[in-house]
Design a protein around this ligand. Structure first.
Ligand SMILES: C[S@@+](CC[C@H](N)C(=O)[O-])C[C@H]1O[C@@H](n2cnc3c(N)ncnc32)[C@H](O)[C@@H]1O
Length: 262
């Protein structure tokens, strides 16, 4: 089992409760849209369902309402899995090396995970292996090139560039959303749909948008790209931005569903 990488800070005992709360807010905000998309992609009662990179299980608990025959969560993080354990069967494993039999699942869902991992092709190949022929893989990931804040907070362009470059250095891909269709088509899947899910400060307060989606505590930033004191000032400027009545921000996630061919 490897540790989490890419543009995500794995939870530590001190940060775990806040990160769980953030993921819960994120799930609350997006679930209604996701539920519709999952159902249209073929999620139905009686299936064997995997949540890949399930974290503390904020989506596992919601997937259980679809009444699966088997609900399984996989993640590398032991502290997260302790939280998820009461909600479904859970396994500590790397998404690129699933300890599961071939063709054993009907539906695999993953959200905000592929963007963080180095071994994306291996993870997609593993999903393909464990799905039965005709089974569905649905993935929701951001395309952070869409992220806009107006008026632009001081230091934000440099902070954003630093966060992006740090994630890419660690094997992540903050722009992965737009590539899901191409990636899955090239790996033995036929595309069912690609949909855009907008997120904006109109749905949340600007400060909710910052805490939940920009997630200052969950994103690493290499100090050679921005010294820590400057990073602190830059995040403070973003917080101040979020208290302005005129603040407006948005971004999109891409939900792509694909069926295993063969
Ligand atoms: C941003 S969180 C998303 C959690 C959950 N999918 C959600 O949407 O609430 C990213 C998750 O990916 C997990 N993760 C990162 N790299 C992983 C890997 N190589 N194998 C399994 N899980 C991984 C992390 O531990 C974390 O739980």
């Amino acid at each position: 089992v490897v540790s989490s990488e890419g543009g995500y800070v794995p939870p530590r005992p001190t940060t775990l409760p806040e990160e769980q709360r953030r993921l819960e807010r994120q799930a609350q905000a997006l679930w209604e849209a996701e539920r519709g998309l999952l159902t249209r992609s073929g999620l139905e009662p009686g299936q064997r369902v995997l949540d890949l990179g399930c974290g503390p299980g904020r989506v596992l608990s919601r997937l259980s309402t679809a009444k699966p025959r088997l609900l399984l969560g996989v993640d590398v993080s032991r502290p997260f899995l302790k939280e998820a354990a009461g909600l479904a069967s859970v396994l500590q494993a790397d998404v690129a090396r699933l300890p599961l039999a071939s063709d054993c699942l009907d539906f695999v869902y993953t959200r905000f995970v592929l963007r963080h991992i180095r071994e994306r092709p291996a993870a997609i190949a593993e999903v393909h292996r464990v799905l039965r022929p005709g089974g569905v893989f649905a993935a929701m990931e951001p395309d952070e090139a869409s992220l806009q804040l107006d008026p632009v907070p001081e230091l934000w362009p440099r902070l954003f560039a630093g966060l992006t470059q740090t994630a890419v250095r660690r094997g992540g891909d903050p722009f992965i959303g737009r590539t899901l269709r191409r990636r899955l088509s090239g790996m033995g899947f036929e595309i069912v749909s690609s949909e855009i899910i907008p997120i904006s400060t109109d749905q949340f307060s600007p400060s909710g948008f910052v805490q939940t989606f920009l997630a200052p505590g969950a994103r690493p930033l290499d100090p050679d790209l921005m010294p820590p004191d400057m990073a602190q000032s830059a995040w403070e400027a973003v917080r101040q931005w979020s208290s302005r009545p005129v603040a407006f921000g948005y971004g999109v996630c891409i939900f792509t569903a694909a069926r295993k061919v063969g």
